[in-house]
Write a protein that binds this ligand. Structure first.
Ligand SMILES: [Zn+2]
Length: 95
């Protein structure tokens, strides 16, 4: 039987509401100007150069270098689901 050890988190923390300020700044821009780094091949390029495939069920954003999925977008009348799972980082220039 394997014994699992939980890692203690000695540093004090706050909840996700603390992200409101920095993330509001991060997402209040034209995302196509941002630089996305591919989680598969490491290529970093502006989102505007990504390959976007649209279909009735949603949108898939692929890396222009390795073709792996960077992000997916699914829209309904009242919601949007956006996953950036294939990006290891996104870089936004402050204005
Ligand atoms: Zn790639």
């Amino acid at each position: 039987m394997t014994e699992h050890h939980r890692t203690a988190h000695p540093a004090p923390h706050v909840d996700g509401n603390a992200l409101a300020g920095p993330l509001a700044e991060l997402f209040a821009f034209d995302v196509t100007d941002a630089v996305a780094r591919c989680g598969s091949c490491g290529t970093a390029d502006v989102v505007a150069r990504a390959m976007v495939y649209r279909s009735a069920v949603g949108t898939v954003v692929r890396c222009p270098a390795c073709d792996d999925v960077l992000a997916t977008l699914v829209e309904s009348d009242d919601r949007i689901w956006f996953s950036m799972r294939g990006m290891s980082a996104i870089e936004v220039r402050r204005r």
